[in-house]
Write a new protein. Structure first.
Length: 241
C-alpha cells in the first residue's frame, strides 16, 4: 500500500506491475480502493507524474465509491515518451550518436574504445565516453549511465547558484539549498531545502525554475507571466536516459 498526498488530495493506492504493456490503468472500487496497473519498468517518479495528472479524477471517483457499493471505475491511458517525466533505465543500451538533453538543448554522445583507463568528458558541444576494449556490453552500458549521471549531478551543483539568484527575489518561502540526486519525486521541499532529481537538469532553466517554484510556493503561477509555457516543455519531452 502506498500513499499519495498533495495540498489538495490524499489517498492510498496499490500497484500491480505487468510485463509487455505500455498502458497505465487506474481502477477505483469499493473493495480494492485505488489500483494502478503499470508496466514492469515503471518508476516511482513516473507514478507520481501520472497520479498528479489524474488526482482530481481519482478523488471524484473515490467520492462516488463512498456513495455506491457497486461502483467500479477504470481509467486507462497510453503512456508515451512525452508523458514520462522521469524514466531512468539502467539496462539501457547506449549508442554513439544518441542525443541527450541538458538545459533544454540536445547534445550528441560519442563512444570511443581505448586501451587506457575509461574517461568521460563534455567538450565541443558533445559527450565523449572512452571505454576500455575489455568491457562487455553490460559493463559499458552500466558505466556510461553512471558517468552521465555523475556529470549531471556535478553540473547541477554548478547551476544551483544561478537558480537561487533568479528565484530568491520571487519566492515568499526561503530556499537555502538545492541538492541534486536520484529522487522519487522530481522536486521536494522541506524547511528551506530543495531536493531535485538530476533528470530535471535536462529541462530548460526556465522550466527548472517553474518546477521548483511549484513545489515551494502555494501560488507559483503568480511568479511568472509565462508559468504554463515553462511547464509545457515537460509535456513534450521525456527526461530520461
Amino acid at each position: 500500500m502506498y500513499h499519495f498526498k498533495t495540498k489538495k488530495h490524499s489517498f492510498n493506492y496499490t500497484i500491480h506491475q505487468v510485463q509487455n504493456t505500455t498502458n497505465v490503468q487506474i481502477s477505483v472500487c469499493k473493495d480494492e480502493g485505488v489500483l494502478l496497473t503499470v508496466p514492469k519498468s515503471f518508476t516511482k517518479s513516473n507514478l507520481q507524474f501520472v497520479l498528479a495528472r489524474k488526482a482530481d479524477w481519482i478523488a471524484e471517483q473515490l467520492g462516488d465509491v463512498q456513495t455506491s457499493e457497486e461502483n467500479h471505475t477504470q481509467d486507462e491511458e497510453k503512456i508515451t515518451e512525452a508523458e514520462n517525466v522521469v524514466k531512468s533505465d539502467e539496462k539501457k543500451s547506449f549508442q554513439s550518436g544518441e542525443r541527450f538533453f541538458y538545459l533544454g538543448r540536445q547534445y550528441r554522445l560519442n563512444i570511443e574504445t581505448t586501451e587506457d583507463t575509461p574517461s568521460f568528458a563534455f567538450k565541443y558541444s558533445k559527450f565523449t565516453a572512452q571505454i576500455p576494449t575489455s568491457w562487455d556490453e553490460a559493463k559499458t552500458n552500466e558505466e556510461i549511465f553512471t558517468m552521465l549521471k555523475e556529470w549531471y549531478i556535478t553540473k547541477g551543483h554548478d547551476k544551483t547558484k544561478d537558480i537561487l539568484k533568479s528565484l530568491t527575489p520571487l519566492l515568499t518561502n526561503d530556499v537555502a539549498s538545492i541538492t541534486w540526486e536520484e529522487s522519487p519525486n522530481l522536486v521536494s521541499y522541506n524547511n528551506g531545502d530543495v531536493e531535485a532529481d538530476w533528470h530535471l537538469l535536462m529541462a530548460p532553466m526556465a522550466t527548472i525554475e517553474a518546477v521548483i517554484a511549484k513545489e515551494v510556493e502555494q501560488n507559483p503561477s503568480s511568479l511568472f507571466e509565462d508559468y504554463n509555457e515553462r511547464l509545457e516543455w515537460l509535456k513534450e519531452h521525456t527526461l530520461s536516459l
